[in-house]
Design a binder for this molecule. Structure first.
Ligand SMILES: [Zn+2]
Ligand SMILES: [Zn+2]
Length: 342
């Protein structure tokens, strides 16, 4: 048996329960969970803002753990060259948990949009538990040198944030709206790439503003302000629709506004003139395994350092609540079992 935090129905607290350790199916690995990052998406799932989660559900899609056992007939691991996992390999399990491999998206390098994609901690049980199973083709080796706690936020905040930054193109001046788990990682990538980062937070959030300055933002202000100079791109991390027109007003002609979250409150109507001038508004959805391989290769070169606040598995509800009210600097991570490999 293992301990797990279980969502029985949307809008309820998670329930700590003893449940059977899952058995790996063909192609899957059984993973002993060391840490599991907490993502805003988990909050959207728990709150019922994303449709039709598997229920009951073990949430969590930023899993770091060690391979304990294989299901039958595990194929080699195509996206990482010759790399295959062994018992004891430390792996990460991200949000993308399954793709069909044959739809037009999968066939054209856009598996993040797969028609039949399934997601960890949403349609597949995730990492708010002592053990998890995952399709090994969607797991990543964790770069050596990253402790389990620090590695967990790389797997979604880092990885999907990295995709959002790529979609911002060659922008030299980039605005971040919201400064949580993803932004505190992405500012390190952006600076490494020679970009200038402008950070917008809630007007009263002095803590986040201080944190952003400390990580090298060239300008920090309130989301109600305009930046001192027009931006080339902006990434909206906060799930607040009114930030869309605010960001469109902050970017120059040809600027790109990327919505990085899976859910957002309604976007208010705005005048066409703030989109005019070939400004682009787009979302970012999920990840491809290519994004993951690129980002996890880049992270130790920078090297990205994540700031985490850890909680025991049984305190997942408290951790989610801290995230909800904006009480986390950096990323919240569940510390599930002994960190014995890093
Ligand atoms: Zn597909
Ligand atoms: Zn996530």
């Amino acid at each position: 048996m293992m301990q797990a935090m279980i969502l029985d129905a949307s809008g309820q607290q998670l329930r700590l329960a003893d449940v059977p350790v899952p058995a790996p199916q063909p192609g899957q690995v059984l993973i002993r969970v060391h840490t599991c990052g907490i993502c805003r998406t988990d909050l959207h799932i728990v709150d019922g803002e994303l449709a039709d989660p598997k229920l009951p559900l073990i949430p969590g899609h930023q899993i770091v753990g060690t391979v304990m056992q294989f299901g039958d007939r595990v194929e080699p691991f195509p996206q990482n060259g010759d790399e295959t996992f062994s018992i004891g390999t430390r792996v990460g399990v991200p949000w993308l948990g399954h793709t069909c491999n044959h739809c037009r998206y999968c066939q054209t390098g856009r598996e993040n949009l797969c028609d039949e994609a399934r997601f960890t901690g949403y349609q597949i049980n995730g990492g708010y538990a002592e053990y998890a199973v995952a399709d090994q083709r969607f797991c990543f080796p964790i770069p050596a040198g990253y402790p389990d706690l620090q590695a967990a936020p790389l797997l979604c905040a880092g990885l999907i944030g990295y995709r959002a930054l790529k979609l911002a193109g060659e922008a030299e001046r980039v605005g971040f709206y919201g400064f949580g788990a993803a932004a505190h990682i992405l500012i390190q990538v952006a600076r490494y790439q020679g970009r200038q980062v402008f950070v917008f937070t809630r007007p009263t959030d002095a803590e986040s503003q201080r944190f952003a300055r400390q990580l090298g933002a060239v300008w920090v202000g309130s989301s109600t302000e305009l930046p001192p100079e027009p931006l080339d791109a902006a990434i909206i991390f906060a799930p607040i629709g009114s930030l869309v027109p605010a960001a469109l007003r902050a970017v120059a002609k040809g600027g790109i506004v990327v919505c990085a979250g899976i859910h957002m409150s309604d976007i208010p109507a705005f005048p066409y003139e703030i989109l005019w001038g070939e400004r682009v508004l787009r979302s970012v959805a999920n990840l491809t395994r290519q994004d993951g391989a690129e980002f996890l290769a880049l992270a130790p070169k920078i090297p990205i350092q994540t700031q985490v606040q850890s909680f025991p598995l049984s305190a997942a509800n408290e951790a989610l609540e801290s995230l909800r009210i904006g009480n986390i600097q950096g990323a919240a991570v569940l510390a599930v079992s002994q960190d014995d490999t890093a």
